[in-house]
Design a protein around this ligand. Structure first.
Ligand code: SAM
Ligand code: PRE
Length: 258
């Protein structure tokens, strides 16, 4: 079975992200609308250091936690990259994936891509894509929850309650995989890794204007926490252990165990 990159090339839009290339009189707040959907695979790969590695390995990690007769959740699924990885790596009886996103443009395209995956491979886990707010979801008993760069878009005061509800739905032996952009409490470390992230974007072909306009578009809607804040909040939500398993510059992913 081809890996994520190969399969991505076979299925998803290859339209380059030029959304912030022209000067805008006023930069609107970032929203996951149809314009973003069209360029999203290119945007996220060129903006998030380590993204393809994280996505593929969420599938690998899920293979270790997924249990028969349970649900696997992909929360804030966008175009379903994580869902596709789960379906490539998890072959367990009577498991199914529920992918959830509140952007109708994302959900519509996600369903198309998953349909394409269905027609390319046999014996994939069944999947349901819900257009819904993850804050008002009734969680079913689950062995694996992925929040891949989604929590940072939830209002800070709503994050603890969401994590507590996920914790309550997790079966013993299951896991939450949480990936986020990081804030650093040490100002110098924060500046260094922020500058290196800008260098990463530049190396991926983004201009200074694109970098600056994207930054003002996301600054009010995407609010990163530090690794320490994540750890404390996850423990407060009832998780027993938090294990970071990946970091590239200011982007990281952690496993939280019930
Ligand atoms: C950065 S993207 C996630 C990327 C995706 N998980 C991946 O790995 O490709 C964040 C997604 O979260 C979704 N989102 C934000 N807030 C949400 C909410 N309250 N309920 C459901 N989805 C939400 C957005 O619509 C967007 O598609
Ligand atoms: O931090 C940035 O500059 C980003 O572009 C990050 C980020 C993210 O982490 O979700 C923001 C919005 C897009 O979804 C893609 C990437």
């Amino acid at each position: 079975m081809p890996g994520f990159i190969d399969q991505c090339a076979a299925n998803v839009s290859k339209q380059p992200d030029r959304l912030f290339a022209q000067p805008l009189a006023q930069v609107p707040d970032f929203v996951f609308n149809e314009d973003v959907v069209r360029v999203f695979p290119d945007m996220i790969k060129r903006s998030v250091p380590g993204y393809p590695t994280i996505v593929e390995n969420i599938g690998v990690l899920a293979g270790q936690f997924a249990q028969p007769h349970s649900v696997l959740y992909d929360l804030g699924s966008s175009l379903g990259a994580v869902t596709q990885a789960l379906r490539r790596h998890v072959q367990i009886a009577d498991c199914r994936v529920i992918a959830v996103d509140n952007s109708s443009a994302m959900v519509e395209r996600c369903r198309e891509y998953l349909h394409a995956q269905d027609s390319m491979f046999q014996e994939l886990l069944p999947v349901e894509v819900l257009e819904a707010d993850i804050l008002s979801l009734d969680f079913q008993p689950t062995s694996l929850v992925a929040l891949n760069f989604t929590l940072q878009f939830i209002q800070p005061e709503q994050r603890l309650e969401l994590l507590a509800r996920i914790r309550q739905a997790l079966l013993p032996g299951g896991a939450l995989i949480l990936s986020e952009k990081l804030h650093f409490e040490d100002a110098e470390q924060h500046r260094l890794l922020g500058d290196l992230h800008i260098a990463f974007k530049r190396a991926n072909g983004y201009s200074e204007l694109e970098i600056a306009q994207k930054r003002s578009a996301i600054e009010k809607v995407m609010l990163p926490d530090s690794l320490e804040q994540h750890r404390e909040r996850l423990l407060a939500a009832g998780f027993s252990q938090v294990v970071p398993w990946f970091q590239c510059l200011n982007f990281a992913s952690m496993i939280a165990l019930p």
